[in-house]
Design a protein around this ligand. Sequence first.
Ligand code: ZN
Length: 237
Amino acid sequence: MTSVTVWNEYRHEREDEEVAEVYPEGIHEVIAGFLGDRGFETRTATLDDPEHGLTESVLDGTDVLTWWGHEAHDEVADEVVERVRERVLGGMGLVVLHSGHFSKIFKRLMGTTCDLKYRERGETERLWVVEPGHPIADGIDEYVEVPEAEMYGERFDVPAPETLVFTSWFEGGEVFRSGCCYRRGAGKVFYFRPGHETYPIYRQPEIQRVVGNAVEWAAPVDGPEPSFGRSDPPEGA
Ligand code: ZN
């Protein structure tokens, strides 16, 4: 069974009344709840846990890590970021959500600024599936509509995705690459845009479906352990 660790900064929900009304239990509990319903083994970890809840032993038992953060990216210890990065290179899946685009781990893995345009005005977002045969689009219609969203617009300063699964259109006119697949080492990384903290977006069934699909896609496979360095010919001397 795929084991998922759902990581959340968990500050807005405790500090901001408006957010607490939308996610009284914390975003991590909502995400862990619907992933658990889908059959994944889930646990949660938050910024204020010791080592941000991402100890070596937790990561040993993690196939896929999901990441939601926003206002406290800088408080994530570099040592933990490096630990997570090594795990991803070794095959652990990483699903980066919404404002996680500016997390240390995502920027580190992408190597670019990961900057973008934004505007908070409760605009409608339409996420068009542009790769219908992709496993992350499984069970999804031609598009998913989020009735009220924060706008993220291009340019999104990330490397060209290996596969782009969703492109978003916003009421105000912008577009955005909102479902981006990457591989780093043996690990798979998916960036998924929806999830601003003042709208109940993670309670929307289609969004839950995509996050679950992404976890399934990002789960490690039992591939060969690569060897490096000076090498004798496999065909014999
Ligand atoms: Zn946001």
